[in-house]
Design a protein around this ligand. Structure first.
Ligand code: ZN
Length: 478
């Protein structure tokens, strides 16, 4: 991305992002409770450890550590050898211990880049409980979320416009989903974005404001635009930007002051004495074999691979957005790389159309015979044994796992190139459409398409359209 840095009244905006993502692990970060923060039954996945009863000891969830290291590998970062967990001390009802276990001096991942945005670090911590204040007197708290593994990714302040910030978020969401690290649904709070925003005229960093509660990529974009305008207006009036945390009010499309920003020393970080520091290499958490697995799942690598197969960008983005379609595509291409274009055409137009209309339900986990049935149909189009017309008609059944070969055989839909049989059809169509034939003879070229269409209809789509066309032309021009 070589986007020119846009300035307004000579001010350059600078944005850094902090993204939290709930990790998709079986259990919580430091105990055996089920990781189910969105369970409707509140306060059901709790135990003495995540409720911080005295005398309990946390045990690090290796699956969570592995997932963060996977993200680090995907973004080409440095993975920590030595790492440790720290206590971040603050008092709030959503944090039963009185501190959050996080990582401060020795994060699991340092550096790397994604979507051409340099990353500072990625560390692992525990999520807080969910508190809500909309129930009249007092607040209520659901501790199902307390202790859920949470990844925090911090970018360098190198983004200069709202669009790039939002598209970085989208790319990260894709990556987390691809890697199976997080479902990363923003509306569910599985992925939460905070933006640090400042403006400056001289290339230095201005006073930054942190905006929270950004629950969609649109909110990320709108809030950044709003803040940049607000900062510039203040500075132009000769006033100062106050360093603070602000919230985003979706309905009114504006930010509002929440609190003055704490700095890290306010939290009195110190290494958690209950968790031994450890080495990720010695503990077998970094393995070389994972590197290639991960490489196949990086969205930018998938784009590159599909470009090399000759797919246009629009189709590539559809396949990247809908992993199920990609499963069909990948399976077909493994059978024969020459199937790539035909497969992508059907998947990104016809199948998407069938899904949108509700005619076909494409499940998240597709059965292998469904994948095979689709690949078989694509193969038959590629070798000419069925016409594109027949293939489209058969798609809904094939996507439910029916064999294309069997359907074609039982219904007599194999492409017919038999000039004798097709000649009979052509004669009938000419006889039944004398006026259209006359129009064609008088110079209306489009009439030919109609006649070919009539022949296709008469053959239930199985007639080879090129042969039908040449037979029609031959007979009409005789
Ligand atoms: Zn627990």
């Amino acid at each position: 991305m070589n986007r020119e840095i846009e300035t307004t009244n000579g001010y350059t905006p600078t944005i850094g992002l902090e993204v939290h993502a709930e990790l998709k692990t079986a259990t919580k970060m430091f105990c055996g409770c089920k990781n189910a923060p969105h369970d409707n039954e509140v306060n059901t996945h709790v135990c003495p450890i995540c409720m911080a009863h005295p005398g309990t000891l946390p045990l690090v969830n290796k699956e969570a550590v592995q997932k963060v290291l996977d993200v680090g590998t995907a973004v080409g970062a440095t993975l920590a050898g030595y790492t440790e967990f720290d206590r971040k001390n603050y008092f709030y009802p959503d944090i039963p211990k009185g501190y959050q276990i996080s990582q401060f001096a020795y994060p699991l991942v340092v550096g790397g880049s994604l979507h051409n945005v340099a990353l500072t670090r990625i560390h692992l911590e525990e999520d807080t409980a969910r508190s809500s204040h909309e129930h009249g007197e007092g607040s209520i708290v659901d501790y199902n979320r307390a202790g859920v593994p949470l990844m925090e990714l911090v970018t360098e302040p190198v983004i200069h416009d709202a669009e790039t910030a939002a598209s970085f978020g989208r790319e990260l969401q894709l990556l987390l989903r691809e890697l199976g690290v997080s479902d990363a649904n923003m509306e569910k709070g599985e992925m939460r974005v905070e933006a640090n925003i400042s403006v400056s005229k001289d290339g230095s960093l201005g006073t930054k404001v942190e905006v929270k509660n950004l629950n969609s990529f649109k909110a990320v974009q709108d809030a950044i635009r709003f803040e940049v305008k607000r900062h510039i207006a203040l500075l132009e009036k000769g006033e100062k930007v106050v360093q603070e945390t602000r919230g985003w009010d979706e309905n009114r499309s504006l930010t509002f002051s929440q609190r003055k920003k704490e700095s890290s020393h306010d939290y009195r970080y110190f290494p958690d004495p209950d968790i031994p520091n450890f080495d990720t290499v010695d503990s077998g958490l970094i393995s070389v074999s994972r590197q290639s697995d991960i490489s196949d799942k990086i969205p930018s690598k998938i784009r590159e691979k599909y470009l090399n197969l000759g797919l246009p960008s629009k189709q590539i983005e559809v396949l990247i957005d809908i992993p199920t379609l990609r499963a069909y595509f990948e399976y077909a291409v493994v059978q024969n790389t020459s199937y790539a274009k035909v497969a992508a055409n059907y998947l990104t137009s016809d199948v998407v159309g069938l899904m949108t209309s509700g005619a076909v339900v494409v499940f998240d986990h597709v059965l292998s015979d469904h994948l095979a049935a689709f690949a078989e149909l694509v193969g038959m189009v590629a070798d000419g044994s069925v016409t594109s017309r027949v293939a489209k008609d058969l798609l809904p059944e094939v996507l439910k796992g029916s064999s294309a070969k069997e359907l074609v055989a039982s219904r007599g839909l194999a492409t017919s190139s038999d000039a004798g049989a097709l000649g009979t059809v052509v004669d009938q169509v000419i006889a039944a459409n004398e006026s259209v034939v006359a129009e064609y003879k008088a110079g209306k070229v489009a009439s030919m398409q109609f006649l070919v269409g009539q022949c296709m209809k008469a053959t239930k789509g199985a007639g080879n359209p090129a042969i039908l066309r040449s037979l029609l032309e031959e007979r009409i021009n005789k």
